[in-house]
Design a protein. Sequence first.
Lengths: 217, 340
Amino acid sequence: MNLLAIDTCTEVCSVSLLLDNKKIDRFVEGVEKSSSLILPLCDEVFDEANILPKDLDGVLYTRGPGSFTGVRMCTAVVQGISFAHNIPTLGLSTLEVIGYGASKKYNKDKVAIALDARMGEVYWAYYINNKIHNESLKKPNEVDSLGAEYIGVGTGWGAYEELSFHSGVNDFISECHPQATNLIDLALEYIDRGVKMTFDIAMPVYLRNNVAHKSLK
Amino acid sequence: MGHKVSLTLGIESSCDETGIGIYSSSEGLIAHNLFSQVKIHADYGGVVPELASRDHIQRVIPLIKSSLSDAKINLSDITGVAHTAGPGLAGALLVGSAIAKSISWSLGIPSVEVHHMEGHLLAPLLEEDCPEFPFIALLVSGGHTMLVDVKGVGDYTILGESLDDAVGEAFDKTAKILGLGYPGGPALAELAKQCKTIKYKFPRPMTDRPGLDFSFSGLKTYARNTFIKEPQNRSDIAKSFEVAAIQTLMIKCRRALEGSEYSTLVVSGGVSANLYLRDTLDEMCKKINARAFYPRQEFCTDNGAMIAFAGHYRLMSKKINSDHKIVIKPRWSLEDLSAI
């Protein structure tokens, strides 16, 4: 099965291409504009694999949350690739991909994920035994009280010192990002459990939906 | 389809309209579809950029599907993809551009960045009775008021533009003052029709001095002050405003035509749908042995047809673009384009 995974939802940009017998990854940190990187990275991995987009069996993507523009970039690129060759897609939560990756990397069953959502808020979720819980937009003083057995990951931990106090999580790693290679592994677990990829149009999930105020006039 | 026929898919998403067009080198425009977000933004009194982007991403693919179906072709028949890369709202531009580039990358076909205003400028060329180069173009919309010397595709010199509000913006703001809601330009024109005699003499800004620049913000303020004094005379104020704004455009168009020795005027953009504008410019052109051309009504506002058409011209002239970077240019001057 040939699967392409892409992520541009935050300040990193990554692509992973799974072939029958190998995986080709690209991961770039400190990205200012994923718009100029994402398709060239895709092109690189397809060149290396010597296959074409039409040879894909599925496209996986982080559906958000993240920066609005980054989330839409990811979804828009997936829409185009999927539509061009009628390829099914599967979108998974950015928070879950981070949680899954951190759980594997740090060998922890319990992970608290907080992404800096700006405006004094975080995109929040916690991950226990391979399951994501309570994905939401929270103020730091509203997060779940979890305890010291959790490890905190994501940019929110560096941005808001009080997160540690309110969640009871003492150890955290801010520099922990979504990675397309983890997205592939996580999606494969979903697919093994019977989750089907879809031909519906890929759509973003923002979590922050209150983005405009109606005119009083 | 013959082997050499080129089919260009055009994607427009620079502001609050998602537009798709398909242009065939042998048959001309073969499909176009549009979704307007006007109702989404109406409650906010103006376009909310984030809401615009959120809507575009839901519309582009379904509109492409409808357009392919209308044209009775498959996506694999498309030979090039054109997308509005600017000017416009960054987030909105990014949606159409990212989808366009990922389709072109996936299919291994070329893509081209189209300047939104070049799209408008060339839109009258989609008509059967169309203008020939060179001409003077008046681009009038909610975002732009511009007079351009057009020697050929891509060969543009801006002769004058608005120093403050675009004329369409002044229409919308004046309409708001008169309680006509958003976007009120067309409603203002309707209200003006109720008035048969012109009660107020509004100024014709910047017509008493040489040059081709415009300024409409003072005219809007003049309308506001008149409305504060005589709020019962809404239709008179609407009419006086409309006449002043359009006479100002006409005076500058005449000046531009006479300064250029061209005899063709092309008028495009949302405000070119205004019938009083068309009558006024036609009358002026007749007096100086010139002729004005306009797009059909549905192509006055933003649309994908004009992007497919402008993209077609550029794809025909250009080497295949193998750069897969998704580029947007929210600020992009018409004069930065290269002639083809």
